[in-house]
Write a new protein. Structure first.
Length: 260
C-alpha cells in the first residue's frame, strides 16, 4: 500500500481512498501505476463484497491529472503514450473488478477523476459536486474507451456537449444527464453510499456479480444468450444460496447467504 492510495474496511465494504488532499486528490503517475495492484487485491479478498472509491478530505473526489507532472510525463507523443497506457490500465482494472464499485463523489470530479468515476458501476454525489471532462480546454483528445463509458450513460449528443464544452457541470445537472445516479446533501452522502453498499452485501453475491456481468455484456453489444450466459443462469439453481433464498421466502425471514 502507498501513501497516495489508502484502503479502509467497514465490515464487508472496502473503501479505496485517493489520498492527495493537498492537491485536491490530483492523480499522479504513481496513483495510476498502483491502482491495478490494489484493486486486484480487493477483488481477490473474499471478505470484501463492495468497493467504494472516494477522495480524501472534503473538497474533491479527484481534480484531474496532476498538471505539475505534464512536462516530465506528457511533453511529447512518446511520453504521452506511456502515460496514457497507465491511465487506461487503471481504468480497465477498476471497470474489471468483479464486485460492485461505487464512486462516492464530493466536490470536484474533473478530468482523470471523471474517468475513474465513469469506470465505476455507480456514482453517488453530493449537491456541491462538479463534473467536467476537460481535454478541449487543454488541446488534448479524450480516449475512445472513456468516451464510450460516457456515451453509454448519457447518449451521443450529450457526450459531445460535455466533451466540446469542457464545462464544469453542477451536480443537479449531472444527475439529469445521467452522469450521477444519486445526488444528496453533503451531510447525507456517506450514509447513502454505505447504506446502499451494506444492502448489496446482504444479497446473494452470485446474483449480484452475475447481474453486473450480464449488464456489461449487453453494453458490449450482446443481445442473445450464448452458452456462457445460459450456463451462468442455469447454474444458480444448483447453489446453496438459491435453496436458502427459497427457504427464507417460505419462512418469511431474511436469507443468510454464504456464497462469496
Amino acid at each position: 500500500m502507498s501513501d497516495h492510495l489508502v484502503v479502509e474496511r467497514r465490515g464487508e465494504v472496502a473503501t479505496l481512498i485517493l489520498n492527495r488532499p493537498e492537491s485536491h486528490n490530483a492523480l499522479n503517475v504513481a496513483t495510476y501505476r498502483d491502482l491495478p495492484d490494489v484493486l486486484r487485491d480487493l477483488d481477490n479478498d473474499s471478505g470484501v463484497k463492495v468497493v467504494v472509491l472516494r477522495g480524501a478530505g472534503e473538497k474533491s473526489f479527484a481534480s484531474g491529472a496532476d498538471i505539475t507532472e505534464f512536462e516530465a510525463e506528457r511533453s511529447d507523443a512518446v511520453k504521452a503514450k506511456a502515460y496514457n497506457e497507465k491511465v487506461a490500465a487503471a481504468e480497465h482494472a477498476l471497470e474489471g473488478v468483479r464486485k460492485p464499485t461505487i464512486a462516492m463523489i464530493h466536490g470536484y470530479c474533473i478530468g482523470g477523476g471523471a474517468g475513474l468515476a465513469l469506470a465505476c458501476d455507480l456514482r453517488f454525489a453530493d449537491t456541491r459536486a462538479k463534473f467536467a471532462i476537460t481535454p478541449a480546454k487543454l488541446g488534448l483528445v479524450y480516449s475512445l474507451e472513456s468516451t464510450k463509458r460516457m456515451v453509454d450513460l448519457v447518449g451521443p449528443s450529450r457526450a459531445k456537449w460535455v466533451l466540446m464544452s469542457g464545462l464544469q457541470i453542477p451536480a443537479a445537472r449531472a444527475y439529469e444527464l445521467g452522469l450521477f445516479d444519486e445526488v444528496v446533501e453533503p451531510d447525507d452522502l456517506e450514509k447513502l453510499t454505505y447504506d446502499f453498499a451494506e444492502t448489496v452485501c446482504t444479497r446473494a453475491q452470485l446474483s449480484v456479480r452475475a447481474g453486473k456481468q450480464m449488464v456489461d455484456k449487453v453494453v458490449a453489444g450482446q443481445v442473445v444468450d450464448d452458452d456462457a450466459t445460459t450456463d451462468l443462469r442455469n447454474s444458480s439453481f444448483d447453489t446453496e444460496d438459491f435453496a436458502e433464498g427459497v427457504r427464507a421466502f417460505m419462512e418469511k425471514r431474511s436469507p443468510r447467504f454464504t456464497w462469496s
